[in-house]
Design a protein around this ligand. Structure first.
Ligand SMILES: *Cc1c(COP(=O)(O)O)cnc(C)c1O
Length: 423
């Protein structure tokens, strides 16, 4: 070590600003912390030598550790190698990617006529590609060239970022609406139709709202999309694998059929691995292949992942998937029938995402800390992930949980609520 090293003050403006901002986050109780796990992502992970009961993963069906899927990943790597080598349009598109895309399109074929699917490495990337790609179709229109994007206020960050990027690239106008009151969206659409009759319209929405667990009013949205000639983009990250008899997601559950739907499913949650797909009419998908920048300029996912996903989607669609969804449904039912809070508010949800709104960051952090002391892992979710003053505990169930696990959690939460009220 140089002799004087401790005396040298390294400082430049970005560094000191970063330190200031981090101190500020700490003061506002908004600093997030990484928790490092030492075991596989199961319902009982080990953290710093302690086994916790986790109710915070999105591995809803418990497939992340399924032996057949692990085996398919290994066999996939042996057959196709560890990496894809290039983007899809250069040389990275393997036969297993193509087979997976066909299989994924097949899952939506009853809902989307002439369905084709495009596989992405993450849901975030899929959303950026679909929103920017389809917004750019508006530029080709004759006339005013007006592009309007209607986005639900509580949409996932990746949709919000996709919408902002699309607006920056195309000059699209952004309208935010409350998905629980579609009158707002309808009047925005009406007003815009009067002003720009040939505007290119996109509606963007979560299928299952990730921080509340409620489901988008999809039937009404399809009606509005038809009435106002809009493309309807549905991000079903938390629905694919979970909803519908075959786990095909929200469109299967609600028996939707529409050629103007763009369906986005992620494969990192219920499917237990990683990746995502965009499914729509084959012409729309071909447009993304030609012009979707996040698709074109990113390396294809390792083919071994696609091989493992084939196995995962097969399980999701078959008898085993049905049995896992049935068990998950029983756990949600048990939770809802046992849990009673005095002050905390349980959000309206029939999905594996069950949310307790506590309000202040302080209360949410305190509840999360006490849960940790009792052996449970449920992080506090704070702004900007959720609106201000609505910090919460986001509890997620997995088919790997037992009924006893759920009852133990209910008991612990009742005691903690009591303690925090009395505090
Ligand atoms: C998790 C999530 C994504 C992002 O998917 P990744 O595959 O994790 O990148 C997109 N949309 C919603 C609603 C999500 O919950």
């Amino acid at each position: 070590m140089p002799k004087n090293s401790t005396q040298i003050v390294h400082s430049f403006s970005a560094l000191s600003e970063a330190k200031n901002q981090l101190d500020l986050l700490e003061l506002q109780l908004l600093k997030r912390r990484l928790k490092t796990t030492e075991s596989a992502s199961k319902v009982r992970p080990v953290i710093q030598g302690r086994e916790l009961k986790a109710f915070c993963s999105n591995d809803y069906l418990g497939l992340a550790n399924h032996p057949l899927i692990i085996d398919a990943l290994i066999r996939g790597a042996q057959q196709y190698g560890a990496g894809s080598g290039a983007s899809h349009l250069i040389s990275g598109h393997s036969e297993i990617h193509a087979a997976l895309e066909q299989f994924l399109a097949h899952t939506q074929k009853l809902s989307i006529p002439n369905a084709r699917a495009l596989f992405f490495s993450t849901g975030y990337l899929a959303n950026l590609c679909a929103i920017t790609g389809f917004a750019r179709l508006g530029k080709l229109k004759e006339g005013s060239g007006r592009i309007n994007i209607y986005s639900a206020k509580l949409n996932h960050a990746s949709l919000i970022d996709g919408v902002k990027l699309a607006a920056a690239q195309t000059g699209a106008q952004i309208f935010l609406f409350d998905h629980r009151n579609l009158n707002e969206l309808e009047s925005q659409l009406n007003q815009e139709k009067k002003r720009f009759s040939d505007a290119h319209q996109l509606i963007v929405i979560d299928g299952v709202f990730s921080m509340d667990g409620d489901i988008a009013p999809i039937t009404k949205l399809v009606e509005l999309a038809n009435q106002f000639d809009a493309l309807l983009m549905v991000d079903d990250a938390h629905g694919f694998g979970v909803l519908g008899k075959h786990g095909s997601g929200l469109l299967e559950l609600e028996k939707i059929q529409s050629e103007r739907i763009v369906y986005i499913g992620t494969l990192s949650k219920a499917a237990g691995i990683s990746g995502a797909f965009v499914c729509a009419d084959a012409h729309l998908i071909e447009w993304l292949v030609q012009k979707g920048r996040p698709y074109i300029y990113s390396t294809a996912t390792p083919p071994a992942i696609a091989n493992a996903l084939m196995q995962s989607v097969e399980i999701i669609q078959g008898k085993e998937g049905q049995a896992r969804r049935a068990h998950l449904g029983e756990l949600i039912h048990l939770w809802k029938s046992e849990v009673r809070f005095k002050k905390w508010q349980l959000s309206e949800s029939n999905t594996p995402i069950q949310v307790l709104i506590l309000g202040s960051n302080e209360d949410a952090l305190e509840a999360s800390r006490r849960l940790d002391q009792a052996g449970f892992w449920i992080p506090a979710i704070r702004p900007p992930t959720v609106p201000k003053d609505s910090a919460r505990l986001r509890i997620t169930f997995s088919a790997e949980h037992s009924k006893e696990d759920v009852l133990e959690l209910v008991k612990a939460l009742h005691l903690i609520e009591e303690g925090i009220i009395l505090k």
